[in-house]
Design a protein around this ligand. Structure first.
Ligand code: PBG
Length: 329
């Protein structure tokens, strides 16, 4: 009359639950995105990302030390560039004394063992806010990929461990790999944003870097000609396969929570480390709901990152990294 098997036995108390728990979150899971700006003594909160900041290089040092002391050993660097330095071709991105190049050196200086990954894309440097060069109303592929390869070499020269192309041009991974190899950066890795969707969740990030596409004639209004259609699933496998065949060491699915089906598909299809980017809009959404008292911030945050890992992520790029690690330590 009653069941022989009772699944609830394994849920009786925290001791048995922790014994059979399948997914454990630790500091080793996280890659910490960091926003860097010019100046001295700057720590500015990003309006749409409460409790997340842009740091000038001097204050970045302390933040790096804090992260390391919390057991967070990898960072992903982004830079906010003055408008005056932006152009269509991302010229400033190749400046060997540019903000990114100096930021890499600062991190390596204060913490040589910190793994430094760098964002490789034109948008923070583009006067049009695009991830590529704009010509005749289109974002052109091959010339952009060439700049991305040069940008990657420049980051490697400054000391980056990994470059992370977030642009979605075709063929950029092989271009970057060949560029790095020819410059003898054989050990510099590539984390490819391979299944990156044309998501509406990137808004706060574009505030953080002032990198939204501009509203001008002959400039595409959005990134839908290079980022993936939100509605597509099989295409993510094709994109990922291509990046792996071109030499990606780590692949990525982005955003996170709405795309966990893709994460699991990629996990089941390829034997390669997978990163998932829990993006700015996901962060902002929880912060806003918690501020209103509508969600329990810490509980939801932990549930979210656990779900991302459970879906198949090896690496979670998340603005919550510090909060999570403080909570679980
Ligand atoms: C652009 C880039 C974006 C993000 C990382 N790199 C935004 C975009 O594609 O417009 C978004 C990250 C986030 O929202 O947290 N190369």
């Amino acid at each position: 009359m009653f069941p022989i098997r009772r699944n609830r036995r394994l849920r009786t108390n925290e001791a048995i639950r922790s014994l059979v728990r399948e997914t454990i979150i630790s500091p080793n899971d996280f890659l910490v995105p960091l926003f860097v700006v010019e100046g001295k003594g700057v720590k500015e909160e990003i309006a749409s990302m409460p409790n997340y900041y842009r740091y000038s290089l001097d204050l970045l040092k302390a933040e790096i030390k804090t992260l390391w002391s919390l057991g967070l050993k990898s960072v992903l660097l982004f830079v906010k560039i003055d408008d005056a330095l932006k152009d269509n071709k991302g010229t400033e991105a190749l400046n060997s004394n540019g903000l990114m190049q100096r930021a890499i050196k600062v991190v390596k200086d204060v913490c040589p063992d910190m793994l430094v990954m760098t964002d490789v894309a034109l948008d923070p440097f583009s006067s049009y806010g695009h991830d590529g060069i704009v010509e005749d109303g289109r974002v052109i592929n091959d010339a952009t990929a060439e700049v991305l390869a040069e940008m990657s070499i420049s980051h490697a020269e400054a000391g980056a461990d990994f470059v992370a192309p977030s642009d979605m041009m075709d063929g950029r991974i092989i271009g970057i790999r060949e560029g790095l190899d020819q410059s003898n950066f054989l050990d510099v890795g590539i984390m490819s944003y391979s299944a990156k969707y044309a998501s509406a969740f990137y808004g706060p990030f574009r505030d953080a870097l002032d990198s939204a596409p501009v509203d001008m004639v002959d400039v595409p209004k959005d990134k839908k000609t290079y980022q993936m259609d939100v509605a597509n699933r099989d295409e993510a496998i094709r994109e990922t396969e291509m990046d792996i065949s071109e030499g990606a060491d780590i692949v990525m699915v982005k955003p996170g929570l709405c795309y966990l089906d893709i994460v699991r598909d990629v996990r089941n299809s390829f034997d390669i480390p997978i990163a998932v980017y829990q993006v700015s809009g996901e962060y902002a959404m929880l912060k806003a709901a918690a501020e209103k008292g509508w969600l329990d911030h810490d509980a939801v945050m932990l549930e979210q990152v656990t779900s991302i890992k459970r879906a198949g992520a090896d690496i979670i790029a998340s603005y919550f990294a510090k909060d999570v690690v403080k909570l679980i330590s």
